[in-house]
Ligand binder design. Structure first.
Ligand code: FES
Length: 505
């Protein structure tokens, strides 16, 4: 399993799980950036709040991001203007600006040492053909009132034919920010319980959240779980992708501090993280749909080859590498608002490559909705919004049809070769007509569980890089033992008793 720069340079607090019943105004499921931002603002507004997470605080995708803070959305302005209109495009960019400003204010107000800094962002043309696209993005940004420009001077040594530059974007250490925020919240009475799995939410007034250690009753429930839970319509509107990041040690000052990404699909992205005595250059990309890469190591090989070529004869050292999951929304905009027909439930998901920015914005807007304040952009980010354009409709139909397609295609080995299974390897086979996922963990112990995803029944695939079982349909991920790591699945893969010899040869 890979470890991100952010996880490697912070300690995880040893906070207890929930072991009693609890009553609060608002229960937040998911202790990442959206959930903790929402908790911070609700606590300031005088609400009692509980934050529950099935894992540690800030240990999900908030720990596997590159933490680039930018108002430039994954969906280009030209697409947003064409698919919606200029007002929607401006609202999306304004959301990002609002979020970056908020993080800067919280960092200053709370005195959080998290390496926050303002940096410019570059969206650069990696081909001659892409120059006209980038120039159009500059024109649209200017027409919306943003100080964008076209430049030939780039901070990083990629092949480029010019770029959009936008000043006053940002970057930070996400776990230093979030863990400090969580500590302050606990000191102010917010109940934060890691390792507390919400197995069921009973709607009502109040709602009842069932966990193994106790029941939380709450007037409002917020799902900030990265992937939505118990809302399959919303699940069908996002597509899960794995992305890969490497961190290279270079001499300090080798490059100027900036965010950058290119026009390729999938795109490469760059930022830096200054350390004591050296700089780390973070380079990411090589995205693919979750559960659809048999050899994820090759993604890192390609990323390293790309970095090697870009850096030329500059000396560097590979320090960290990790993967993360991105949820791309069908029409390019995140989903932030009420959770379907549930009267007292709220949800946020589909932040694409802008997880830290839109996660923060989601926490702010969900707070407004809970406090029944006016939210000007509520319809734009409404999870139930209508009027999807042709591309988004195609996206939806593909996503809905995919499970059947995948299950039909899958051809597992009829006989397992457990003796040949090395630590870190996984294999799928059939036993008594059931698809079984079997893998050896790093210690050599064998684990066997059902290979059928507990969300909607697709067959999981082994991810040899992270030692996880990944579902190619909607992105659920499971530990080698079957425990849920990422939703939308709620329940672990069922354990299976093997009827074939487990001994190694
Ligand atoms: Fe939906 Fe697995 S995540 S079937």
């Amino acid at each position: 399993m890979t470890v991100s720069l952010w996880a490697a340079t912070t300690a995880t607090p040893d906070w207890p799980r929930l072991d009693r019943d609890l009553a609060v105004d608002v229960a937040i499921v998911g202790a990442g950036i959206a959930g903790l931002t929402c908790a911070y603002l609700l606590q300031q507004a005088g609400k009692t709040v509980a934050v529950l997470d099935r894992r540690d605080v800030a240990s999900g995708m908030s720990s596997r991001t590159t933490a680039m803070l930018t108002q430039i959305c994954d969906a280009p302005l030209s697409k947003l203007v064409k698919d919606f209109d200029a007002e929607v495009a401006k609202t999306a960019w304004e959301a990002g600006k609002t979020a970056i400003d908020f993080i800067e204010q919280v960092v200053a107000r709370e005195g959080i040492a998290c390496d926050f800094r303002r940096v410019p962002a570059y969206h650069y043309a990696s081909t001659v053909e892409a120059v006209s696209f980038v120039r159009e993005e500059v024109r649209l940004a200017l027409s919306l009132g943003y100080p964008a420009a076209f430049t030939d001077a780039l901070p990083y040594p990629q092949a480029s034919f010019g770029a959009l530059i936008l000043p006053e974007q940002g970057q930070f250490h996400p776990r230093r920010y979030l863990l400090a925020l969580a500590e302050r919240l606990r000191a102010r009475g917010v109940a934060i319980f890691p390792h507390t799995d919400v197995s069921r939410v009973r709607a009502g007034e109040p709602c009842r959240l069932e966990t193994p250690g106790g029941t939380v009753t709450a007037e409002r429930v917020v799902y900030t779980t990265h992937h939505p839970l118990d809302n399959n319509l919303l699940v069908s509107k996002v597509a899960a992708y794995q992305t890969y990041v490497i961190a290279l040690k270079v001499a300090p000052g080798t490059f100027s501090q900036a965010l950058a990404w290119d026009t390729e699909d999938p795109y490469h992205y760059w930022r830096q993280a200054p350390q004591d005595g050296y700089d780390l250059v973070l380079i990411g990309g090589e995205d693919h749909r979750t559960g659809q890469e048999a050899e994820p190591e090759r993604r890192f090989e390609r990323l390293e080859a790309y970095a090697r070529e870009a850096l030329g004869d500059r000396s560097y050292e590979l320090m960290y590498r990790w993967s993360g999951q991105i949820l791309d929304p069908a029409d390019g905009l995140p989903f932030i608002g009420r959770n379907g027909a549930a009267k007292n439930e709220f949800v946020a998901t589909g932040f694409a490559g802008n997880g830290m920015t839109f996660g923060t914005y989601a926490g702010m807007r969900l707070t407004d909705l809970i406090l029944e304040r006016e939210v000007p952009a509520a319809n734009i980010f409404n999870p139930d919004r209508f009027g999807l354009k042709a591309g988004a409709v195609t996206f939806l139909s593909e996503n809905l049809a995919y499970p059947t397609h995948l299950v039909e295609r899958l051809k597992p080995e009829p006989q397992p070769d457990l003796a040949a299974l090395s630590p870190g390897d996984g294999q799928i086979f059939e036993q008594d007509g059931q698809k079984v996922a079997v893998a050896r963990d790093a210690t050599g112990a064998l684990h066997a569980c059902s290979a059928v995803c507990t969300h909607l029944g697709c067959v999981v695939h082994w991810n040899s890089l992270e030692a996880t079982w990944d579902c190619p349909c909607h992105g659920s991920r499971f530990a080698v033992s079957g425990e849920v790591l990422d939703g939308p699945a709620r329940h672990a893969l069922a354990p299976v008793s093997l009827k074939v010899p487990e001994e190694r040869g």
